[in-house]
Write a protein that binds this ligand. Structure first.
Ligand code: FAD
Length: 426
């Protein structure tokens, strides 16, 4: 079945951020690339679309990036997508306590050493230096330790800062989430000063205008082939290599030098490679997008288009034009609720803080991403595979769920694509 060829052709399966970063790096190196995607569009779990109910462009879920996301910014610079992001300047993360209406901000200082922690004005009110230094204990956590074993989530610091940050970073209840995974993010951000902590959010064109559409243009301008509505159904394997890719419309035989990167979610990878160990337990994320009636303020409490929420049902609030978006992490318990119930509960909680007490709930699109991320527990962490698939010489894996050392994030997905591309090139 193998077709003789000397120049490898690179077959990337899955056009999420891992597949796009892998394919764009390969195409930039002059490699011949085909990208296959099961859906009719690219972006996977990070995409934008025009919603008919709201008549607005929305994202499947609002995404927050940080200055520490070096692979993601290298990718954005390669594809020309950086201008699609809003850079928060000066660096600060505002928070609102929905229980009592207080708001504050965390504003990391410049410089590599976290000396800013000494400055009371840069940390949440009522928290002392020891509260701010508590996460250093995560550095000594074992692979089995959970965040809740190391940090007291019921303390004032836990409630005001560490719980909201941990659940949004890991998308897993801190009581069961891996302490080491949280440390992998804190050591790259809070310990590295302001630039590493700088928040970035999608601009007017949404996530796709920054992270997806420019990648597709980058690929087509380098003669890469992009095939939508192409779900890989099976891998044909012979003599320790993949020799053909099976799609609904037939098998695509591979050349002797061809290489394959599977950049699909873990359940899809396991259906193609049944012996693969993978983190199959997942956690949900819930997003609500309210279209506000005019007039609309240009910022949220705290003065920015985003604010972290404490003491209530949700974790983040974002404002883009007249669309107010709410993110609830580790949202599995919400999945069976109706959209009407969810939007009414969240609106009732937030409206008073937006000067909209008593206003009826505006039109709302509720998006349930049931398998938003792998569960960031110690046991799932131990099941994340390396990029190289053992026993198959021309097959690599990419995806936020592979062994990146990071939680399921844009940075992890893009990094995994880069790692797989460089390994396949070598
Ligand atoms: C609601 C939500 C909010 C999030 N918020 C943040 C955030 O604030 N910050 C952050 O950094 N990260 C966030 N994330 C995580 C981030 O979106 C993901 O880590 C990242 O998008 C994963 O990219 P990926 O390429 O690994 O996987 P995916 O995006 O899942 O891409 C896999 C692709 O493979 C395709 N596919 C599947 N099976 C096949 C097949 N057999 N053949 C061909 N194609 C196939 C799929 O259709 C998909 O397009 C969030 C995720 C969600 C869902």
């Amino acid at each position: 079945m193998t077709v003789p060829n000397t120049h490898p052709h690179y077959h990337i399966v899955g056009a999420g951020l891992a597949g796009l970063s892998c394919a764009s790096l390969l195409a930039e190196q002059g490699a011949a690339v085909t990208l296959y995607e099961a859906a009719g569009q690219a972006g996977g779990r990070c995409r934008s679309f025009t919603d008919p109910l709201l008549d607005r462009l929305i994202d499947n879920g609002n995404h927050l990036m940080l200055g520490a996301n070096l692979h993601a910014f290298a990718y954005l610079d390669r594809i020309g997508g950086r201008q699609g992001l809003i850079r928060i300047d000066p660096v600060r993360l505002p928070f609102l306590d929905v229980a009592d209406g207080r708001h504050w901000q965390v504003s990391p200082g410049m410089g590599a050493l976290p000396l800013w922690l000494l400055d009371r004005k840069r940390r949440p009110p009522d928290l002392g230096l020891l509260d701010m230094l508590a996460p250093l204990r995560l550095a000594f956590a074992s692979a089995a330790d959970r965040v809740g074993d190391v940090l007291d989530m019921k303390s004032p610091a836990g409630r005001a800062l560490w719980h909201p940050l941990a659940v949004s970073i890991l998308n897993t209840d801190p009581a069961e989430a891996s302490a080491r995974l949280l440390w992998s993010v804190f050591k790259r951000t809070l310990l590295r000063g302001a630039e590493a902590c700088r928040p970035y959010i999608a601009g007017e064109g949404g996530l796709s205008a920054a992270l997806v559409t420019p990648a597709l243009s980058h690929l087509t301008s380098r003669d890469a082939e992009v095939r939508f509505n192409h779900r890989l159904r099976h891998l044909e394997i012979a003599d320790g290599r993949v020799v053909a890719l099976g799609f609904a419309d037939g098998a695509r035989p591979l050349g002797a030098a061809d290489r394959v990167v599977l950049a699909v979610p873990p359940d899809a990878a396991v259906s193609l490679l049944p012996n693969l160990a993978a983190p199959l337990e997942s956690r949900a994320i819930l997003n609500l997008h309210f279209r506000l009636p005019a007039p609309v303020p240009s910022s949220l409490p705290g003065g920015l288009p985003l604010v972290g929420l404490v003491g209530g049902l949700a974790e983040w609030l974002f404002l883009r034009g007249d669309v107010l978006s709410v993110t609830i992490s580790a949202a599995d318990a919400w999945m069976e609720e109706t959209a009407e119930t969810i939007s009414a509960r969240i609106w009732a909680e937030l409206a008073p803080h937006l000067g909209r007490s008593g206003q009826t709930c505006p039109p709302c699109r509720v998006i349930k991403e049931r398998r938003a991320t792998f569960a960031a527990t110690p046991s799932m962490e131990s099941r994340r595979p390396a990029a190289k698939v053992q026993g198959l010489e021309n097959l690599w894996l990419a995806g936020d769920w592979t062994q990146t050392g990071l939680p399921a994030t844009i940075e992890g997905a893009v990094q995994s694509g880069h790692v797989a591309a460089l390994a396949a090139l070598a």
